[in-house]
Design a protein around this ligand. Structure first.
Ligand code: CMP
Length: 479
């Protein structure tokens, strides 16, 4: 807070004093002149009264006003100077302001009474409207004033103390009849009206008094608490800024999940520095622990993976796929081992009702076995779609494009939610090599389906099968 200096105090008196002396000198001079008349104003007996009021009252009033200012300032200086200089606190300033205001009111009242007359005072005093308006206007101001007086009288806090309310915390930098000024740790200034302070629950940390702090640290379970405590206590005691009024100590506060929790209790003098001091204490502790080879604990978790269940689930899925493949008559030519390999190579894919699984004319490199649900095979031609077939669980589709490399011959759409087993070309390749009967069986199925597509009542001929088989071999480069 900016405390008034001697020079500012001198000027506060000197200026009104100079003005008062000047006015008194003018008054004396004008009085000494005697009555002044002028040809231009033949009706005026004494021009001085026109300029300076009847009986020179305006001049007297002006001089008296300045004298009042000088008097009030002198009284206030004499009354409070001693205490103010000695304590360098702002609370007497509040008193000083109140006394000053009271003196002004009294002395100005006397002046008005002298120069304007008792009737005016009476009018003012009995003016209930004026009183009401003033009362309303000054409600907050008076509230602040009286709260300030109360706070001052109970000496709730002084300049330099740290005050913490539910919302604010800061060092008190100054206090006057209206508000207190706090400086926060972020160097912001908060001006809190006295009436607000009086209402709030305040925690006051007196300047120069030791204030306790708690800092939590964690130690490894492998370190004996006694050792850690003595190392940390020795380290903390020398941290600059720590109060020596009480010796810092460390105690075990809990056995945590992955560490022993300790509480460092220390005291500091300047509460405003609490965050810095906490940080400094932690910093020093880190080095002390490190120097002494104490490990820093970190959360330890033992994770148990549900391995067995997962394996069982995968095995069950494989088993289910194998059973499905086993039931597909076209794949009868495969050995059990080959079917297991095929089961391993397939993946499951799901479609919801109405979704198109295969689109006519697109390229394709996989075929499917319906595991659950039902699909519809549709042929698009001339802008309309004809259903060629509905395929149930255990049926296979998509083999034509996979085996011949031709574009998909038809749309396949899910009639229900479906689960499919998808077989990629890479999974078929070795099987076609190993089991020549597979290409023949698939070739026969393709001939049937082709005939459906072409809407021709063709029967399979060994010639057509042979042709198709040679195309399959060419596509898979099987000799
Ligand atoms: P692909 O040509 O790869 O893609 C469309 C699939 O529809 C086709 O393989 C066959 O698996 C299947 N498909 C084509 N025509 C018929 C049909 N007439 N009956 C049943 N399925 C067919």
């Amino acid at each position: 807070m900016a405390l008034p200096t001697h020079s500012t105090r001198r000027t506060t008196v000197a200026f009104p004093l100079a003005a008062a002396i000047l006015l008194l000198a003018v008054l004396w001079f004008v009085d000494w002149l005697g009555p002044v008349q002028h040809r231009q104003f033949p009706d005026v007996d004494d021009l001085r009264f026109v300029i300076f009021g009847p009986e020179l009252d305006y001049l007297k009033l002006a001089a008296a006003l300045f004298i009042v200012v000088v008097l009030v300032r002198l009284i206030s200086l004499l009354l409070f100077e001693g205490a103010f200089t000695r304590h360098k606190i702002s609370a007497p300033l509040l008193l000083r302001q109140i006394v000053t205001i009271a003196l002004y009111i009294i002395l100005f009242s006397v002046l008005i009474n002298t120069f304007i007359g008792g009737s005016a005072m009476g009018l003012l005093a009995s003016g209930t409207i004026v009183a009401a308006v003033l009362g309303l206007a000054l409600q907050d101001t008076l509230g602040n004033l009286f709260s300030g007086i109360a706070l001052h009288m109970e000496r709730a806090f002084d300049v330099g103390d740290v005050v913490q309310s539910d919302i604010h915390v800061g060092v008190v930098e100054g206090m006057n009849w209206r508000a207190a000024r706090l400086r926060t740790t972020d160097n912001h200034i908060i001006v809190l009206p006295n009436s607000v302070i009086a209402r709030e629950r305040l925690e006051v940390f007196r300047r120069g008094r030791a204030i306790g702090r708690r800092v939590k640290i964690r130690g490894a379970y492998s370190v004996p608490p006694g050792e850690l405590i003595s190392v940390v206590e020795r380290a903390v005691v020398n941290v600059p800024g720590i109060s020596h009024e009480f010796r810092p100590f460390v105690r075990v506060s809990d056995f945590g999940e992955s560490a022993v929790e300790y509480e460092i209790r220390y005291w500091l003098e300047d509460y405003h520095q609490r965050d810095n001091m906490d940080a400094e204490v932690r910093r020093v502790v880190w080095y002390a622990l490190r120097r002494n080879g104490f490990p820093f604990p970190f959360p330890v978790r033992t994770l148990r993976r549900p391995e067995p269940e997962k394996t069982r689930g995968a095995a069950a899925a494989h088993e289910e796929t194998w059973h499905r493949i086993e039931a597909v008559d076209l794949l009868d030519v495969l050995s059990e081992e080959q079917k297991h390999r095929l089961a391993d190579a397939t993946d499951r894919i799901t479609f919801s009702r109405g979704e198109t699984i295969i689109r006519q004319g697109e390229k394709g490199s996989s075929m499917f076995i319906v595991h659950q649900g039902k699909v519809s095979v549709r042929l698009e031609h001339d802008g309309s779609a004809d259903e060629l077939a509905q395929l149930d669980e255990g049926s296979m589709f998509g083999e034509m494009a996979l085996l011949t490399g031709e574009p998909r011959s038809a749309d396949v759409v899910a009639l229900t939610d479906v689960v499919l087993l998808r077989i990629q070309k890479s999974a078929m390749q070795p099987l076609l090599d190993e089991a020549p009967g597979l290409a023949a069986a698939l070739g026969r199925r393709m001939v049937e389906r082709r005939s459906g597509i072409e809407s021709m009542a063709h029967h399979e001929t060994s010639e057509e099968v042979t042709t198709l088989m040679s195309r399959i071999r060419a596509w898979f480069a099987v000799l």
